[in-house]
Write a protein that binds this ligand. Sequence first.
Ligand SMILES: [Zn+2]
Ligand SMILES: [Zn+2]
Length: 329
Amino acid sequence: MLAWQVRTPGPIAHRPLERGSRPVPTPAPGELLLRVRACGVCRTDLHVVEGDLPVHRRPVVPGHEIVGEVVDGAYGFAAGERVGVAWLRSTCGTCAYCRRGAENLCPYSRYTGWDADGGYAQYTTAPAGYAYRLPDPYPDAEVAPLLCAGIIGYRALVRAELPEGGRLGVYGFGASAHLTAQIALARGARVHVLTRSPEAQRLALDLGVTSAGGAADPPPEPLDAAILFAPVGDLVPVALAALDRGGTLAVAGIHLTDIPALNYDEHLFQERTLRSVTANTRADGRALLDFASRHRLRVAVTPYPLERADEALADLAGDRVTGAAVLVP
Ligand SMILES: [Zn+2]
Ligand SMILES: [Zn+2]
């Protein structure tokens, strides 16, 4: 089968993602063999490929927003059934975090496209216990971005503790943000998008957000909650300063450049809260997919044939993708 893999991470300009040919993988006990129907391209893939995240497997096939078709029915899934595979691949199930419902914090967790081969290929395998059933109305390329961009954004929104009808700031407006903004709008929020990209600002306004401005601009009103999607630590003080008293900033990314020094009075006092978002639980995944089945989200997709995965990743690195890039074999 055709598969893309990373042996030595490095700057995307050095083309660390290599195209190759591999045997179709054999599923381990508890796993399903899937024919990949679509795989979203996530910023985390870029962090794996460029080496912002440490190497966990060499070589590794990236990709963790996988829409797959079950090849051989097993573990309660029928042959031909469409399933989703996300970033969280497995957890231990027995540690204190797993037992208290915080499996996203499991120290023994494994991740698709980092610890195990992912979806930048024609076939992949996935543990059946971590596969999702997918809402019907979405075509493959539109449901793929829900599996990470959607789920992580959903968790970030929960972590940001946006009050009913509150004012939300969204910093950065890529795949995850454009889905999260729609969820917040559906819940009656006023949403202010702050991003440097004029195309992303246009998409945001088209989706019905309240305002769109530059990344470091002050929003037109104080924020009850904010989510930082851009992996830019310099925006942490900017977003904290934009919060109203008692507001919360959630940092959605797995990787962030250094945060500059904070001024207590300007950025944190008045009980403002700064928190991170670490992966997701399966409950988050099911909650997002359930929400998406009841509210038809508009998923802005830029499709790429699987043969052009390197180009898709380079376009993401160069901020040339509006919405979500999705590989279609
Ligand atoms: Zn655990
Ligand atoms: Zn992701």
